[in-house]
Design a protein around this ligand. Structure first.
Ligand code: FAD
Length: 378
């Protein structure tokens, strides 16, 4: 008998799941998004290409990636470390390209798209009722990707960026800059992220890790200062802008009576804000459980040990933001490019984790452990 699945939220997780409808022939799917939903400005998803995982979402993403980089740099006032990957390059996927790709596949498989404001979820014995305006039919299963509530004081990753074209060639298109701390550190952890698409074209982003957002002109000034004094770009043309806020921490799902997916389902890696890879893994695992047990089971995609390490790391940089530049460089120096890619994608072995632990200054981490920061892990 056909079961009816409602996907709440048509963002990255919702559409990535809907795109796999062909693999769930015994399920009818409806994607429900808020009527006021405004398609977010096009932005990039950066992540590492890990083909060996055999995750369909990642393989497709790699095939439509705008660009990949086998080298990337982490830079501070005193250090410049470049990592090189043989197998797992960093890649940038355009959100519009990914979401359109998913929408087309979903529509081809008969997925229904509906606009409704869901205000409550009421599970009954044989079906789940959504209290919504306009009214909706009942469903057998819900995958909820609505944005979760953010606990007060949580660490946030917040950023504003511009894609620019320069008059002269100033970028090395073969080397991305994941973090350059040569910028204003007065408001907390702050770095510039550069994805060079060509010698004269790049995304330049001012990114902060802190509980408080900064005024828009803080990020804008950081970008123009970086262009003027570090890149020495001369005249530039702004082609596109992007901005965002990503929670870095341990979030409870929006409604624990139903399955949670995406950021709402714990897919955002607390210490980095990366989520795209983890969303694809969460969906792949759920599809595998459907194949084996006949039931779609959505689980948070991170290993407990990674969450535990992330909690301690976050506690250290929250208390001592001034340590951040040297901690990130120390991690980069301890690992090869491919190891970094595996670690950031949640695929670290114990040996690799130990390498990172050994590279960290011991006292700040031991002190942070006394506050038991892992108690927030859900
Ligand atoms: C600008 C930006 C850049 C990012 N860059 C990266 C990156 O480089 N790499 C990376 O790995 N991660 C990145 N992330 C983090 C993460 O990948 C994204 O946040 C990702 O979009 C999360 O997907 P999601 O489906 O969980 O949430 P979303 O994509 O935010 O989707 C949630 C959906 O729920 C809908 N919704 C909300 N409330 C309701 C309601 N009441 N009723 C119905 N629908 C509702 C929303 O309209 C939205 O469509 C970025 C995030 C942002 C915002």
């Amino acid at each position: 008998m056909t079961k009816h699945l409602a996907i709440l939220g048509g963002g990255c997780a919702g559409l990535s799941l809907a795109a796999r409808a062909a693999e769930l022939p015994d399920m009818a799917m409806t994607v429900i998004d808020h009527p006021d939903h405004q398609t977010r400005r096009d932005h990039n998803w950066g992540c590492w290409s890990i083909q060996s995982l055999e995750i369909t979402g990642l393989e497709v993403a790699a095939s439509i990636a705008r660009k990949t980089w086998s080298r990337w740099a982490i830079i501070t006032n005193t250090d410049r470390h470049i990592q090189t990957a043989q197998h797992h390059p960093y890649m940038a996927i355009e959100s519009k390209a990914w979401l359109n790709h998913c929408r087309i596949l979903a529509r081809q498989q008969g997925v229904i798209f509906t606009a409704a404001k869901v205000t409550d979820i009421m599970p009954h014995k044989t079906a789940i009722e959504l209290v919504a305006e306009p009214e909706l039919p009942v469903f057998d299963q819900i995958a909820d990707s609505r944005t979760p509530d953010l606990p007060k004081g949580i660490m946030l990753q917040h950023f504003r960026g511009v894609e620019i074209k320069t008059e002269h060639d100033v970028f090395d298109p073969e080397c991305a800059v994941l973090m350059d701390f040569r910028c204003d550190q007065s408001r907390g952890i702050h770095f510039i992220y550069v994805l060079p698409y060509a010698k004269n074209r790049a995304l330049v982003e001012s990114t902060m890790f802190s509980p408080e957002l900064a005024p828009d002109n803080f990020y804008d000034k950081a970008i123009s200062d970086y262009c003027d004094h570090v890149l020495k770009t001369g005249k530039t043309m702004v082609l596109r802008r992007e901005e965002g806020v990503i929670p870095m921490g341990f979030l409870a799902p929006r409604d624990d009576k139903v399955d949670a997916i995406g950021g709402n389902g714990g897919a955002i890696r607390p210490s980095s804000g990366y989520a795209f890879v983890f969303i694809q893994r969460q969906i792949e695992t759920a599809l595998a459980s459907h194949k084996t047990y006949g039931k779609l089971r959505f689980k948070p995609p991170h290993k407990r040990l990674d969450l535990w390490m992330d909690a301690i790391f976050l506690a250290v940089i929250k208390k001592h933001p001034e340590y951040a530049p040297r901690l990130f460089v120390a991690i980069a120096k301890a690992l090869t490019g491919d190891e970094m890619a595996l670690f950031m994608s949640g695929l670290a072995s114990h040996r690799l984790r130990l390498k990172i632990i050994m590279a960290m200054p011991k006292w700040p981490f031991i002190r942070a452990m006394f506050s038991r920061p892992w108690k927030d892990i859900k």
